[in-house]
Design a protein around this ligand. Sequence first.
Ligand code: PGA
Length: 240
Amino acid sequence: MNVEIVEDYQALSATVAQRVIDTVTRKPDALICIAGGDTPLGVFDVLVRASEEGNVDFSRAAFVGLDEWLGLGKADKGSCREMVWGHFFSRLTLRDEQICFFDGLTTDPEQECRRVDRFIAGHGSIDIIVLGIGMNGHIGFNEPGAAQDTECHVVDLDEVTQSVSVKYFGQARDVKQGISLGMKTILAAKSVVVMASGEKKAAIVAQTLRSDIDASIPATLLKAHPQVQMLVDKGAAAQL
Ligand code: PGA
């Protein structure tokens, strides 16, 4: 896995955003997936600014969500939908058909998975996917022990993920399951970027880079991809 270390969060956000801009410049109708969570918030800011300044044109691009907490919708603070819409989609001028995002309030999660699979298949595959890495090495909600042959699927959330979730919601919420793109879909993306920031991620970043492919650290499954790049700031690189 190729690793690039940059100075700080600002540089990390700018570098990852530039990867997205380059993708859209090369392929205006690119299908883009950017994770929710705290790590990509700076990327969203850079991309919104680039769009406002005319440095990127998303008018023909499409976006697919990475994951969502089952049972939470856009009115729930900290849901992936609330975060990605609030920080990104609502700040751009996009048409509904450009966005496909998991509905965490669905009464039929399996159907919801197939809907998202169909959207991705309709575009061929994802052109660039920007991922965070969980404290347990999860990628999206592909938790430790994740299978490698999954498309969109329902996931039982790991205890680490459940306990970390408080930081998004501001309170404990009963989230036991998620819905996520699977490793097969992620590995089919043409370009995969994993970003990590801060010393709290230093241990899992080091474990991921040192370990062979091992489903107990799902991020290592990305090593099967020829175009995967991990971008970290100095804090997240502290144990390398
Ligand atoms: P974070 O989440 O960006 O909020 O640290 C990463 C993840 O759990 O994938």
